[in-house]
Design a binder for this molecule. Structure first.
Ligand code: E4P
Length: 227
């Protein structure tokens, strides 16, 4: 499963990138607003860090012409830009034209299987079902991911499913078990994936026990001799 970071915060992206586990970034207008900086500068820094890995930047028009115009501008910034397009009839019209032009799209604000099916049929590069926001309304958000993956299996759509609106580490487990192509996670959730109290206690014990090994100071002192 690919891991994207769901943020517009450059420091978070830099840190997660250093972990070597980052396959892409997704942003949205709310995440952009949170940074309180010129979005062009923020996007340029993110694109630079990510190199050839996909970075979703969202359009804000609600008509097809406007979305296409914005998608063309955003995608002119770098070859790894993915234009994020809201799931509206006009959005899916735009997706079809943009696909013909070779512009990658991520259809966002997807809350039902039929919406996801339409996005795949329109030829979206990615589709983003919002799991957490569905869970907030007492739905089983992950069922949407399972159904979209199943539909891709049946029909062979090449639209990759991004599990989005992730709230906690269990969502990541469930996305993996559902066979999701991608999960996009907030930085706080990504950090939690590393943690387990038994790892901390276990390491503490190992290090304390090592202190009692008689030649502990000699073992790693030597230079590595090539075989
Ligand atoms: C997806 O691409 C969205 O940016 C994001 O996952 C929305 O998450 P939220 O419901 O936490 O705002």
């Amino acid at each position: 499963m690919k891991f994207f970071l769901d943020t517009a915060n450059v420091d978070e992206i830099r840190t997660a990138n250093d972990w070597g586990l980052l396959d892409g970034v997704t942003t949205n207008p709310s995440l952009a607003a949170k940074e309180g900086r010129e979005f062009r500068d923020v996007a340029a820094e993110i694109l630079d860090i990510m190199g050839d890995r996909p970075v979703s930047l969202e359009t804000v028009s609600t008509d097809a012409e406007g979305m296409m115009h914005e998608a063309r501008i955003l995608s002119s910034w770098a070859p790894n830009v993915v234009a994020k397009i809201p799931l509206l009839p006009d959005g899916l019209k735009a997706v079809q034209v943009l696909r013909e032009e070779g512009i990658k799209t991520n259809v966002t604000l997807v809350f039902s299987t039929n919406q996801g099916l339409l996005a795949a049929k329109a030829g979206a590069t990615y589709v983003s079902p919002f799991i957490g926001r569905l869970d907030d309304r007492a739905h089983d958000g992950m069922e949407l991911v399972r159904e979209l993956m199943h539909i891709n299996d049946i029909y062979g759509y090449d639209t990759e499913v991004i599990t989005a609106s992730v709230r906690h580490p269990r969502h990541v487990v469930e996305a993996a078990l559902a066979g999701a192509d991608i999960v996009t996670v907030p930085f706080a959730v990504m950090k939690k994936l590393f943690n387990h109290p038994l790892t901390d206690v276990g390491l503490e014990n190992f290090l304390a026990d090592w202190e009692t090994v008689p030649d502990k100071d000699d073992i790693f002192r030597d230079e590595l001799v090539p075989a």
